[in-house]
Design a protein around this ligand. Sequence first.
Ligand code: ADP
Ligand code: MG
Length: 315
Amino acid sequence: MAAMGEFDLIRRYFQRPPGAGVEVGVGDDCAVLVPTPGARWLVSSDMLVEGRHFLSTVDPARLGHKALAVNLSDLAACGATPRGFTLALALPRVDEAWLAGFARGLLQLADASGCALIGGDTTQGPLNICITVFGEAPPGQALLRGGARPGDEIWVSGRLGDARLALEVFRGTTSLDGNGFEAVRAAMELPTPRLALGQALRGIATAAIDVSDGLLGDLGHILAASRVGARLDVDALPRSAVLAAQPAALQHTCVLTGGDDYELVFTAPAGARLPNVGVAMTRIGVIETEAGLRVFDASGAEVSHGLRSFDHFAS
Ligand code: ADP
Ligand code: MG
């Protein structure tokens, strides 16, 4: 890049002292990592494209946080311990105020998660952020999608639907008062990857996934991979007071198909002792032998929203 120059930019915003387990970080042709003996590597990439995954007006520090958070959420869903990540960045221009904010949000979460920035690529182009995360788990202990068994209970961490409610406000289909909007906007822009929970669920959860595309679709991936079905209680789905004050149809859309929640959905044998890592966990349904996903409300009536045609839901 011209202006301040590619290498100055990298040095100023993205070069960090190598930390534990990183022999060589940013600055050479490759990073050199020290694996934990016997551990398995878990690797995942997520790309964020302006206009598709975020609004051009988003605060750059929040964008930096979210770009890493959505990647760490995949490690969390697999029960992995984060080790490092690479950052491939296309920038339309060198905007130092933007870069400083972006790097601050990104590296704050990186430090808090023990996930070192170990390299990347920087080029000029439409704003695009691609991160690849590297994590570790003991052999045979990664949480995968295919292990759910009939009789297992289905659990979800935290709350669902706020990010979608914020999106609906941005789209202008609904409105909230200032405090309510700030709360759901923070859910959308500052998701918390459930890393401690994922690691604590090793050897306990039979299957797990993070809710990125909406509960119905993501739970559908577990059902398909595990060749089972499920029964879900829509009224049990945890939601904020702000969302709970909305009309029932909007609540259902947000909690069932919302997406961008980055909570963990997992299955565990009935009566399993669940870890306490300070995150609320709610039992939302049960795995059944019969294929398909059946949604009921608290009165026992089957709920049909036409929501099951959702793209990612195919089982
Ligand atoms: P190469 O030409 O060998 O691909 P680059 O000139 O692209 O290397 O990058 C120089 C160094 O800076 C490398 O260590 C690379 O990993 C790192 N790097 C480049 N862009 C970024 C970025 N956005 N974040 C972190 N590290 C980066
Ligand atoms: Mg390069």
